[in-house]
Design a protein around this ligand. Structure first.
Ligand SMILES: [Zn+2]
Length: 166
C-alpha cells in the first residue's frame, strides 16, 4: 500500500474524533513561523502550540523567499499576527550541497535547462543563514515595523532552540 493510502486511513480515524471545527481563522497566538521542512522539526511540537495557534510557513531551509514573504504579509495584514520567527536547524540538508552543483546535476540528468528555480538557497553557515533571513524580512518595504523578527536554530539532537542574535 502506498504511504498516501495509509495516511488516508489515519485521517479517517482522525476525523472521527475531530472536535475542533469551530476555531477562528486568525491564529490565536498571533505569531508566524518560517521553518525548514525537515521531518524532525515539527513546529507545533517544539513550540508547544495547538491547532489554531500559529501560522507555519515551511520550505527547504526555512528560507525567506518571495513566497514566504507573501505569506508573512498576508499573515500580518489580513490575519493579525504580531510576531515573526525563523527556525533553521542543525544537520540541515541545505548544508550538504551547493546550488551550482544541484543545478548542473539536474540539467545533466534531465537534459535541459529550466527557467526556475534559479536558486536552491543552499548555505554553509547556519547562524549566517538565519541572520540573512531576518534581514530579508526586516528590509522588505512592506514589512510591518511593529513586528519583531527573531531567529532560532533548533538542535535535532536535544530538541532545544537557541536564539541567533540579529
Ligand atoms: Zn533543514
Amino acid at each position: 500500500m502506498a504511504v498516501t493510502d495509509e495516511l488516508l486511513k489515519a485521517n479517517e480515524a482522525y476525523a472521527k474524533g475531530f472536535t475542533q471545527g469551530n476555531l477562528p481563522m486568525p491564529p490565536a497566538r498571533k505569531l508566524a513561523v518560517v521553518a525548514c521542512m525537515d521531518a524532525r522539526l515539527v513546529p507545533s511540537q517544539i513550540l508547544g502550540t495547538k491547532n489554531g495557534d500559529i501560522h507555519v510557513i515551511r520550505n527547504a531551509g526555512g528560507i525567506v523567499t518571495e513566497d514566504a514573504l507573501r505569506s508573512l504579509l498576508i499573515s500580518h495584514y489580513l490575519l493579525g499576527t504580531q510576531e515573526f520567527i525563523i527556525i533553521n536547524h542543525t544537520d540541515c540538508g541545505m548544508l550538504t550541497f551547493k546550488d551550482e552543483d544541484l543545478l548542473a546535476r539536474l540539467q545533466k540528468e534531465t537534459g535541459t535547462a529550466a527557467v526556475s528555480p534559479n536558486h536552491f538557497y543552499a548555505f554553509d553557515n547556519l547562524e549566517k543563514n538565519v541572520r540573512r533571513q531576518i534581514q530579508k524580512v526586516k528590509s522588505h518595504p512592506w514589512s510591518p515595523k511593529s513586528v519583531p523578527v527573531r531567529g532560532f536554530i533548533y538542535d535535532v539532537k536535544t530538541g532545544r532552540l537557541s536564539e541567533v542574535s540579529a
